[in-house]
Design a protein. Structure first.
Length: 159
């Protein structure tokens, strides 16, 4: 399967690098990083990525404002976007859903592996149905499904 272009927008430089390393470990080598909303938006408009992973609270432009601009432009309206934030309020989540974020993560309630697994799920959805998905989360990690059996979470091993 062809490489997909991913842009990570995160003002925490170390965290942005962790996301990029995890995505590359899963087979996606075309990962670009920006550290503020303005730089991220410029990078998206120039590179036309398949997926954007963006923090919400960033310098120069919030992830919400960036997503609003993306969704209002025909060139980027269909770009897959995962928002991540420290904001756990219902109003923030509703705003992310209203702006049509494909996924919304509260950082304190999700792990880095949760976010990376969601990224690979979205990328596989973009793949042609005749191709065998080559993008998987790194093989040493189990993926926790949102489904549960009784009180126990269902674990799906990476394929």
């Amino acid at each position: 399967m062809e490489q997909k272009k991913i842009i990570v927008i995160e003002d925490d430089v170390a965290l942005a690098e962790i996301y990029a390393v995890k995505l590359r470990a899963g087979g996606q080598n075309n990962v670009l990083v920006a550290h503020d909303g303005d730089a991220g938006l410029s990078l998206i408009q120039r590179e036309k990525p398949d997926l954007v992973i963006s923090d919400v609270m960033m310098p120069k432009m919030s992830g919400f404002d960036m997503l609003d601009i993306l969704r209002s432009s025909p060139d980027t309206a269909e770009t897959r976007v995962i928002l991540m934030t420290a904001l756990s309020g219902e109003a923030e989540k509703a705003r992310g859903e209203g702006l049509k974020a494909d996924k919304y993560f509260v950082k304190s309630a999700a792990t880095i592996d949760d976010l990376v697994s969601a990224a690979f799920e979205l990328l596989v959805q973009l793949a042609p149905t005749t191709a065998t998905p080559a993008m998987t989360p790194p093989p040493t990690q189990a993926v926790v499904s949102s489904a549960t059996v009784g009180e126990q979470p269902v674990f799906n091993a990476p394929k």
